[in-house]
Design a protein around this ligand. Structure first.
Ligand code: PLP
Length: 286
């Protein structure tokens, strides 16, 4: 892979930041991840909107504008030589030359990298569906950290993952402050009931893949709503799937001890998975 840092393109192994960077010390950073499929970015503008929106709300400043960031990301991909890549852009608070605790004195840093695309779910998992456990862990309250800012605060999600491993599952869903289903480590969740889709509305990252599912549903004519999803509702759903840039649409066929419906990947999930990958060949979706 290839990284961009301090105005230079470097091999990934040479891309290093100071331990004094507030991104590392305090998770004071925002980032976004976009993928390139067969040489084409998928929904880059939506990722840039979210990234630049987060930077503004965190009151950071970047020495690069949207066009320059776009060209840096494209150069990372071109220099990496990968036709399908996972591309990350990061802005950290940086560090203050005087060790000041005043974030206004830090010089914000931008970096980016492109590495080969490797889905978080393997083919076997996509065919049989994931086994997810619901952890009692609560996602960061939205009044504490604005969930629309993509952030590296994952202690809650990682705790959820260990709870899930202890329950014999392979990944986790954690809760919002009201005890409803929120999201998982790096993904949003949808349930299908009687042909209609629902996804949690509050306290979750507004995922670009989640948004893409809304757009796909609009084209196919499926109804989809963003509202609370209870633990009982998810277990009684006809179908469940999770969404992320790194894995696309991934079916879930087991939650805690119970199978979802007959335990097989459902027809609406399959249809959306196919449609999602088809859109990667459509320049209108790049
Ligand atoms: N929720 C969280 C906490 C995430 O970190 C991510 C992605 O990393 C997602 C959801 C999915 O978002 P997207 O579809 O934009 O990748």
């Amino acid at each position: 892979g290839v990284a961009f840092m301090d105005g230079q393109y470097l091999p990934m192994s040479e891309a290093k930041i100071s331990v004094l960077d507030w991104g590392f010390l305090h998770s004071d950073a925002t980032y976004d991840t976009v993928h390139v499929w067969n040489g084409r970015f998928f929904r880059l503008n939506l990722h840039l909107d979210r990234f630049l929106g987060g930077i503004e709300r965190l009151r950071m400043n970047l020495p690069y504008d949207r066009e320059e960031i776009t060209s840096i990301l494209k150069s990372c991909v071109a220099l990496s030589g990968h036709k399908s890549a996972y591309v990350e852009m990061i802005c950290t608070r940086g560090s203050s030359p005087t060790f000041s605790r005043d974030p206004r004195q830090a010089e914000n840093r931008f970096m980016a990298f492109a590495v080969p695309f490797g889905s978080v779910a393997n083919n076997e998992q996509l065919e049989r569906g994931l086994h997810v456990a619901i952890s009692e862990t609560v996602r960061i309250p939205p009044k504490s950290i604005d969930p629309s800012i993509k952030n590296y605060h994952w202690l809650d999600l990682v705790k959820g993952l260990f709870d899930a491993y202890d329950m014999g599952a392979e990944t986790a869903l954690i809760l919002d402050t009201d005890g409803h289903i929120a999201e998982g480590p790096g993904f949003n969740v949808f349930i299908v009931r009687d042909g209609s889709l629902t996804t949690p509305a509050f306290g979750v990252l507004p995922g670009i893949t989640r948004r893409t599912v809304f757009d796909l549903c609009a084209e196919i004519g499926l109804s989809v709503a963003a509202t609370d999803v209870s633990r009982a509702e998810i277990k009684q759903a006809d179908e469940v799937f999770v969404t992320s840039t790194a894995g696309g649409i991934m079916p879930v066929t087991r939650i805690d001890e119970a199978k979802i419906a007959n335990g097989k990947v459902g027809p609406i999930t399959s249809r959306l998975m196919n449609f999602y990958w088809q859109k990667h060949d459509d320049p209108a979706w790049s």
